[in-house]
Ligand binder design. Structure first.
Ligand SMILES: *Cc1c(COP(=O)(O)O)cnc(C)c1O
Length: 393
């Protein structure tokens, strides 16, 4: 079937909620994908930072296949090995001494963290300490609550009434945080690199100040690592490079290497807040997805693998900078989470052109072409992408 034929069927049967690029993907190998018409692309998007292990990865596929033969799903009324081992790895590899709740997406992980923070405060201080402060230009998800947690006005539309109890502080402005995070506040939630917002890393000094402020006031520090987590920035989690100790970390995107899974990782001080009957989900932590999580963590949570991610990130960043293109105003980000800064509003045009020439890239904010390649991308694949970028920019 051609793209045009498939697109016509899509328009008939699938809700039109995405501005999709004009190709239909069919299969992949490593960081290379092919569309339904056989055209080949270097994938620097990996499904918005999800396919961290690349395509047709044997370790991942073997783990999923073996588990599928045993059990794919049991309810959360029973214990399974894959879930326990996946949780143990997340706890031990982060030294957070806490516990994990498994959800199915980033938004759900954030919903869980928000509920956890509110109950933590309710248990200790009673009603009235419910406010969650997030940052202007943040992104935390698409449910009615996480839309409101997202610090961008354009997301606070149509779906009224939204969940109350969110306020927004300016990133890298500690006075603004102090002003917003008052005595009614139970948590501050932020991304360390604003992903959807434009690949904007927070200032480390600011992050440290926020952490100290949270400690002082018994406000929970929730770090949304849905995009930055699972090796993306060159450490298992980005907070490790910032040298902070969050109370809650939310994880999704890369965690399952392509299967839908999210997680709330809570540190020792607040990991007993959610109790039977206070939080649940049918699919969360099902053995099939946890088999994938185990395969991903066994691969990614490894010093050598993470060192390679940092090397590849530096190689790609340097490669883009040395193209010496006037249309490129800089490259932001950490590890393999990079934003190529172009003139405001020109990012979509460049992404379209890259795709036309054989590189999958996405956009972020108002001026960034965002790159989130599979963490397993090869030097050859990066070189091929750089050659195409040279032409496009
Ligand atoms: C993608 C993303 C989310 C939402 O995750 P979904 O799986 O789409 O619900 C939340 N926070 C951040 C930082 C994200 O990048």
């Amino acid at each position: 079937m051609t793209y045009q034929q498939l697109k016509a069927e899509e328009e008939k049967y699938v809700m039109n909620t995405y501005g999709r690029f004009p190709i239909a993907l069919d299969h992949g190998k490593g960081a290379t994908v092919w569309d339904v018409e056989g055209k080949r692309y270097i994938d620097l998007a990996s499904g918005i930072g999800v396919n961290c292990m690349g395509y047709d990865n044997e370790i991942l596929i073997d783990a999923i296949t073996a588990q599928a033969h045993k059990l794919m799903h049991v309810s959360n009324l029973f214990t399974t090995e894959p879930m326990v081992w996946a949780a143990k790895k997340l706890v031990e590899k982060t030294h957070l001494k806490g516990k994990v709740f498994f959800a199915n997406s980033g938004a759900e992980a954030n919903e869980g963290a928000i509920k956890l923070a509110r109950k933590y405060s309710f248990d200790r201080y009673g009603e009235g300490r419910y406010k969650i402060v997030t940052l202007v230009n943040s992104f935390h998800g698409r449910t009615v609550t996480t839309l409101k947690a997202t610090g961008q006005d354009r997301f606070h539309n149509y779906f009224f009434p939204f969940t109350e109890g969110f306020d927004y502080a300016d990133a890298n402005d500690f006075d603004s945080v102090r002003l917003k995070a008052d005595e009614t506040t139970c948590a501050i939630m932020m991304e360390l690199i604003q992903g959807e917002g434009g690949v904007l890393p927070l200032d480390p000094a600011f992050v440290k100040q926020v952490e100290a402020y949270c400690r002082e006031r018994d406000i929970l520090l929730i770090i949304d690592e849905v995009q930055t987590g699972v090796g993306r920035t060159g450490s298992l989690f980005c907070f490790q490079q910032y040298g902070i100790r969050p109370d809650v970390v939310t994880i999704a995107k890369g965690l399952g290497g392509g299967v839908p899974v999210g997680a709330v990782l809570a540190a020792e001080n607040c990991c007993k807040v959610l109790t039977p009957g206070t939080h649940a989900t049918t699919f969360g932590g099902t053995p099939l997805v946890c088999a994938a999580v185990n395969a991903v963590l066994d691969t990614v949570a490894d010093g050598e693998f993470l060192a390679k991610v940092r090397e590849k990130g530096a190689y790609l960043k340097n490669g883009i900078e040395s193209l010496g293109k006037e249309s490129i105003h800089g490259v932001r980000g950490m590890g393999l989470m990079l934003g190529i800064i172009v003139d405001e509003g020109k990012h979509t045009g460049f992404a379209n052109k890259l795709i036309e020439k054989g590189v999958l890239a996405i956009t972020a904010g108002r001026n960034a072409v965002r790159l989130l390649p599979p963490l397993t991308i090869s030097k050859e694949e990066m070189d091929e992408a750089l050659t195409i970028m040279k032409e496009v920019f």
